[in-house]
Design a protein around this ligand. Sequence first.
Ligand SMILES: Cc1cc2nc3c(=O)[nH]c(=O)nc-3n(C[C@H](O)[C@H](O)[C@H](O)COP(=O)(O)O)c2cc1C
Length: 370
Amino acid sequence: MNQEKYLTLHEIVKAARLNLDQGLWDYLIGGSETETSLKRNRQALDSLAFRPRVLHDVSELDASSSFLGHPLRIPVLLAPIGSLQAFEAGGGASAAKAAEIFGTINILSSACKPDLETVADASNSAKMYQLYLLGDDAWMDQMINRAIDAGYVALCLVPDMVVYSRRERDLAKRFLPPTRRKDGHQTGGNDLEANFGFQAKLSWDTVKRVKDRYPIPLVLKGIATAEDAGLACEHGVEVIYVSNHGGRQLDHGRGTIDMLPEIVREVNGRASIVVDGGFMRGTDVVKGIALGADAVGIGKLEGLAMAADGVNGVVRALELLELEIQNCLAMLGVTRLDQLNPSYLCNAKAVGFSDATSAFPLLNLEDAGY
Ligand SMILES: Cc1cc2nc3c(=O)[nH]c(=O)nc-3n(C[C@H](O)[C@H](O)[C@H](O)COP(=O)(O)O)c2cc1C
């Protein structure tokens, strides 16, 4: 699909830039306050070098994997993105379709249109539902039951979003993303802003309540320390999702790949592990897997691909990631993801400035009107 149109991920990012106005571009690629967390995500990835092994037969490569028993063509999940419909009219339904066509799992954000049943109907592949708590326990029960009835294979709560951060690119322009406008979301008719207090009340009691009542696997997205990963395991949480919301929430945090080793050690096989934050290239994905993640999430890259070309853009971005992952595996001297381990990596000095688009050095944003 689109093989001729986009030969590199650069071209997809550039097409996205050309399609987005300044407000949406900044909303998509920006972070909170000084954007230090956002830059550290990339800097941490850029500060790892490979230690390749040679003289292994790599003529047959397999970059496939599975997650919670569902097959993945590559170990890359589509992270939940609110307001996807602002980047392409199909919104969450387009992401779900792209995930099915390519062969991965989409995580639908509750701050995304269309509603969860419509998105469930849009594809036959496994999908997860990320719920922001915008109401009381009865409201939460209703939403979880709707997600279960619609066939979602896991429920995701987001403890790194207990307050909405200060995103100064947006504040400077008085820009409000669709999710923060009065009629901007589809989660039971409540206004996100007015009801965000329920997210602030999110606690380990909420986790216990959900685990006690619902058999659906639970994902905690936004775990940043071994301590909280350990507590999540004690609560029976099935998926620890290491994330700092793409540098969009707490500023001055660590780069997420730097969080991974202590969390992998603490979890010690008791839960599956996902990591996201700055993952833009196949080599980034390989680094995450080598350090013990079961899968990597893409957020900004998913949004950029959606803005570039909707369903086709996301499928093509995943195809290009697959090519990059396969190339990387071959040149590391491994044929499968389960042969990777931390010995394939070492610390190294990043070679340049790291930011949201620095994984694309050929991107001429001036050309694109940046
Ligand atoms: C435009 C945008 C909207 C997002 N909306 C949500 C959301 O509704 N729920 C959520 O859990 N995370 C949300 N995130 C965070 C992503 O799920 C993911 O954690 C993050 O983007 C990963 O970092 P990356 O963008 O560097 O890949 C959003 C990210 C972006 C870029």
